[in-house]
Design a protein. Structure first.
Ligand code: IVH
Length: 695
């Protein structure tokens, strides 16, 4: 076997192995190897693919995050449409459903499958000849958004399935695991950002990020439970379909096969008892006829198929007492009132605290210390006080007002303008410093594991860190000798060289993290993960943000200012203003100076050159070969003005190769090897000046 052949065979073997371990880890939760061994396999494959780019096939596990950020999502038509489900709320309604079907189909008994109803974001996956080629959101059921690049980052979704069928369309639900959602909202609250309402909003928001790298950091997951278009394949029963999906390595719902309605009702009750054990939010059960031959005769209603029903569960509530109301200080100085509760069991966990959000919320619900209250879980996850129970009042309850001074530093706290939040106005407040440091070191920011909670407090308390960048000046000796109280044992121990070393290593790694991570880490109000990614997708460097024409174009206009500045960045005006104001402030310019001095220059996706304007070629990289009719420099300038980038050689990152007269052989050959689309000069012209729209 020659070397090319053996590399190919080795790459194929590594791809198979890594895919198998992904499946074991992400779907079956029973890994066979540790992280280090997995990383070794992954790095070997990456190296092979670097040396032999032709081996980097689209179904390679290294290609899950391959694409450049998008400017917009393309539309995808669903055929057949993605329908919804009619809902039932009582066993009687389900009996009616069963009676109606038996009547219509003239059957004495119908077998059903009962599954959990996942409260996520419905989506579809299209496999052609076994390869994942497209993923789309449900949208309005007829047309959705093309989210292929983002869905490829979800490790539990196979990039390839073992089938010879020409077309297999799978349908299911993308979700953000509950435990991960809680962490995300805690970070958002601490940062003074508006947290996602529930895991479904968080999943939907994550799927609509334009930069797949940002999506890859949100550990989304997916369950598949249905099929759409099928060519060259059929399933006799729903059970056979679910079993085949599982055999292809997809995550499928736990299901119960029921011989009739009584067993269906029992299965629904069992599922309700298990509802908190699932990693996703579950808001009911779905009942489906098992025999797929009955689907067509059963027919459909305006809502959805007559062969399936959703059964919605009641949300759970618990009664408890507010023992006290405490006040937390966030990164931006926001004072958040928190109810300290008589611990109570609700929706699978013991709850002892619930945020009361702000003074308006307390007034609106007339919440007092000592009140009996109904506790619910917003979106099954975040404990919230639904209402007080006035009949239980003894008269001894005390009303609560937010303090006029910060409980952490004694500085003045106030409410400004239309804001609902009360803030500590002392920027030097130690509680704010700790919260800023925690945010900066958080997983979605610079991911300095270890610098959370206790350690962040210690670093600020000892005066080692006032501003997060001070971490770069803390000596290894100072870090090593910090005394930390172990939460498990309550014992005081030294942080030690090993832990200090890990933190220093993470700090070094953070230097090379991209612009969106740094921008988010800075913690400018209104700049969450999504907005940071959007801003980074159209800027080259942090210093470009100071007087970015793209942000100025979306900033809300003052009176008399021009309003005609078309190219802009896809963010809301408040976000653009917050960024511009921050970098124009003394604090902002100091930050830029310090980062420059520390030699930290995070790069955005617009490349390090001047800010790329948005246009028909935004996010695309073109390479030119041969002689064009227009002078080369003129054509290059037009491509840049249209938002495009120019490359010197053809690689996987190249969107088009533009071919003029007498083209060079190597670029052309390489484009053919990689399947890069080729454009003539005339075709390029057409892209640069699209025909007028007749709308
Ligand atoms: S089957 C044509 N199964 O619930 C029937 N849907 O409220 C296709 N959903 O639009 C849907 N879990 O997004 C099905 N196990 C499950 C489901 C499920 C959640 C969603 C789905 C649907 C919505 C209807």
């Amino acid at each position: 076997m020659n070397t090319a052949n053996s590399s190919e065979a080795r790459a194929a073997c590594l791809r198979r192995e890594i895919t198998r371990h992904d499946q074991l880890y992400y779907v079956e939760a029973r890994p066979e190897i540790g992280d280090a061994d997995y990383d070794r396999l992954y790095r070997e494959l990456e190296k092979l693919e670097r040396e032999h780019p032709e081996l980097a096939t689209s179904d390679s596990p290294t290609q899950r995050v391959g694409g450049a950020p998008l400017a917009v999502f393309a539309s995808v038509a669903h055929n057949p449409p993605m329908m919804s489900l009619d809902k039932t709320h009582s066993p009687e309604e389900l009996r009616d459903f069963d009676r109606f079907l038996k009547n219509k189909l003239t059957l004495a008994q119908i077998a059903y499958v009962v599954e959990p109803k996942i409260d996520g974001v419905a989506f579809s996956l299209r496999y052609e000849n076994g390869r994942l080629v497209r993923a789309a959101t449900r949208g309005n059921g007829d047309v959705g958004d093309d989210i292929t690049q983002n869905v490829r980052t979800i490790r539990s979704i196979p990039l390839q399935i073992d089938t010879t069928a020409a077309v297999v369309e799978l349908r299911g639900e993308v979700f953000l695991p509950k435990e991960r959602f809680l962490r995300l909202t805690q970070q958002q609250e601490a940062a003074g950002d508006t947290p996602f309402m529930n895991p479904r909003n968080a999943a939907a928001g994550s799927l609509k990020l334009l930069d797949p790298r940002a999506v890859a950091r949100r550990p989304l997951d997916a369950v598949l439970y249905a099929v759409g278009a099928l060519e060259g394949l059929a399933f006799a029963t729903h059970q056979a379909l679910l079993d085949q999906l599982a055999a292809w390595g997809c995550r499928t719902p736990r299901y119960t096969l029921c011989d009739g309605l009584d067993t269906v009702l029992a299965a629904i009750r069992t599922l309700e008892q298990q509802r908190h054990d699932f990693p996703f939010e579950m808001d009911g059960a779905v009942i489906k006829v098992n025999d797929r031959a009955l689907y067509e005769p059963a027919g459909t209603t305006a809502h959805g198929p007559r062969w399936a029903r959703a059964f919605k569960y009641e949300p759970e509530r618990a009664e408890t007492v507010i023992r006290a109301i405490t006040v937390q200080v966030g990164r931006t100085g926001v004072l958040t009132p928190v109810a300290e509760l008589e611990p109570v069991r609700l929706a699978g966990s013991i709850i002892a605290r619930a945020t009361l959000h702000n003074a308006d919320e307390i007034a609106r619900k007339d919440i007092r210390i000592g009140d009996h209250v109904w506790l619910v879980k917003a979106g099954d996850v975040i404990p919230a006080i639904e209402s007080v129970i006035p009949e239980q009042r003894s008269g001894a309850e005390q009303s609560f007002t937010l303090p006029a001074t910060c409980p952490a530093c004694g500085g003045p706290a106030s409410r400004t303008g239309a804001e609902v939040a009360t803030r500590c106005t002392n920027f030097l407040c130690p509680a704010q410093r700790v919260a800023r440091l925690e945010h900066w070191a958080g997983r979605d920011a610079l991911d300095i594991a270890g610098v959370g909670g206790v350690l962040a407090e210690l670093l600020v308390e000892h005066g080692l860190v006032q501003d997060p960048l001070d971490l770069y000046s803390v000596t290894p000796a100072a870090l090593t000798s910090l005394v930390v109280r172990q939460s498990a044992t309550g014992k005081d121990v030294l942080l030690g060289a090993k832990n200090a070393g890990k933190i220093l290593q993470a700090l070094e790694r953070a230097r090379t993290l991209p612009l969106d991570r740094w921008l988010f880490a800075i913690g400018i109000p209104n700049i969450g993960v999504t907005v940071a990614a959007q801003i980074a997708s159209c800027h080259g460097a942090l210093t470009d943000l100071r007087d970015s024409p793209l942000l100025q174009a979306v900033r809300p206009k003052g009176r008399g200012e021009s309003t005609t500045t078309p190219p802009s960045c896809p963010v809301k005006p408040e976000a653009a203003r917050a960024v511009l104001e921050f970098f124009a402030s003394e604090q902002g310019s100091l930050l830029l100076q310090r980062m420059e001095a520390l030699n930290i220059r995070p790069a955005g996706n617009a490349g390090s050159a001047a800010v790329a304007p948005a246009g028909p070629l935004t996010g695309q990289t073109l390479v030119i070969t041969g002689t064009l009719q227009l002078p080369r420099s003129e054509m290059e300038a037009r491509i840049r003005t249209a938002g495009g980038k120019l490359g010197d050689s053809v690689s996987k990152a190249t969107t088009y190769l533009v071919v003029g007269a007498d083209p060079g052989g190597s670029k052309y050959r390489r484009a053919q090897e990689l399947g890069t689309p080729i454009l003539s000069e005339a075709a390029l012209e057409a892209l640069l000046s699209p025909p007028p729209s007749f709308l």
